[in-house]
Each structure stands twice: as C-alpha cells, then as structure tokens.
Design a protein around this ligand. Sequence first.
Ligand code: 5IU
Length: 284
Amino acid sequence: SVLTRSYGERAAHHSNPAAKALLETMERKKSNLCVSVDVSKKDSFLSIIDAVGPYASLIKAFAPRLLLTHVDIIEDFDEELVKQLLELSVKHDFLIFEDRKFADIGNTVVLQYSGGVHRIASWAHITNAHPIPGPSIVSGLASVGLPLGRGLLLLAEMSTQGSLAHGAYTEDAVHIARTRRDFVIGFIAQRRMEGVGLYAGEALDESEDFMILTPGVGLEVTGDALGQQYNTPRAVVLEAGCDIIIVGRGIYGKNNAVDIAATQTSAERYRKEGWRAYEERLRR
Ligand code: 5IU
C-alpha cells in the first residue's frame, strides 16, 4: 500500500515532474513539512522562507492575485519578489506551491494561471483548484501547467468547521483526479481517502499514487477564532495517512514581526514530529 512505501520509492510512481521532484526532495531532506507563509510584507515573507528553508520541503507561497479574497496578502508584490523566491527555492531545495484555489471555468482559469500580474504558472511548481466546476477546470489548468512541468492538487476536503467538501463532492473530486493523473498529483484533504472514488485497495493501479497534503496542523492549539481546526502531525500522518503537513501560524507566529530563532525552532519541531510519524507509519 502507499502507506508503507517510502516517499523516495513513490517518486517512481509519478510521471509528473513536480510530483517526482517533491517526493525526492522530501526523502532527501527528511521532511514532510510544508510551511505556509501568510504575511503581508515582502521582507517578512522572504525572511521567514530563508529561515525555515533548511527545515521545510515545500513553501506554500502566497503571492496575491487578481481575484481571491484569500490572497490579500503581500502588499508590495513585484517581479523582484518572484526572482528572490525562486533563488531561495534553489538555495534551500524546496518547491513552491501557490495556494490559489482556482475555481472558475476552464477558459478563465487558463488566463488566471498563466497571466495577470502574478503569472503563477511561470514560478509555482504546484498550485491547486476547487473541483466545483467539474473536469473542465483541470483541463484548462493542464493546458497551461503541463507544458511547464507543473502539478495540480485538487481540494477534496477542507480543514474548516462546517466545510461543504464532503461525501459525494469528495468522491467526485477523487474521480476527476483519476482521469487526469498526468497533471493531478494529489489532494488537499484531511485523510488518505482510501476507498473514496474507488481510489484505493485493489482498485488501485500500482502507478496510481496520489499525495495527500493536509492543512489544519498545530501542536499548541485546537483551532482559531474563524473556524480553523487543528490536528497534530502524528494524527495527520500516522492515523489519517496523509503525506504532507501544512503548517502556518504554528511556525512563524501571528504577525509580521518575525522572530527568526523562534520560527526556526518551531519549524524544526514540526519537521521532526511529521517525520517521526512517517517513519512509524512505514514500520506498520
Ligand atoms: N488552508 C487551510 N485549510 C484548508 C485549506 C488551506 O488552513 O482547508 I484548502 C491554508 C490556509 C493557511 C494554511 O494558509 O493552510 C494554514 O495556516 P495555519 O496553520 O496558520 O492555520
């Protein structure tokens, strides 16, 4: 089963270059941690990334984009930021995941992904999309991303209280992904989803390996004031069978005044916890 296969071995089961590179760097750096950096100033953004670089495998980058309320984040976004971000990604050997959560019709997402101010496809190795429009959103994004060697994650579930992404919706997300394995490299979800959308068990083709990336991970608190819900790295990786823990405020704190030493200590703590849970899972 996928659960007892190492990240390094699993790299061979992906044809998508972003998935391969991600699994390989995870193995190489002994890290299944993705750091989410939701801060609004370029300087803070870059200094957090530089600080956690040695500890994270994937920085979830928030470059603000045209439409979504979610990316009201970096106020001083410019080309220089993208350049520096890419330099850091080489320096620290991480991939960039723009959590853009595309959700529009194929024609619009093609434009949003390739162009606009942020030109996400030109720098983000991985991005994600809501499956709500149906398979056309994946086709649209693939037409831009595949030639560039990019990968897509589908949002099958969310970490928030009362999320509508469950049941048949989640099943359908998995179903869509299975038809586009060249581009869809995994899911944002809260569990392995074995059996969901016929993804798992005997129905699984050997090559059919999806990564599960999971936000809502924290060691200190169980949630925030706005519906976020946290689980521990151990619960997420060992019990729920997810592959990558996404951690934000648990690592860099709450504001733009970055405490580098504290950020590094927490990043290492989450990396260790996530990796330990993964090693325990392999032994099961
Ligand atoms: N995020 C979630 N939940 C989700 C999805 C994305 O928290 O279901 I999809 C994002 C939002 C934030 C990060 O950037 O993951 C989690 O940050 P905190 O660890 O600070 O809550």
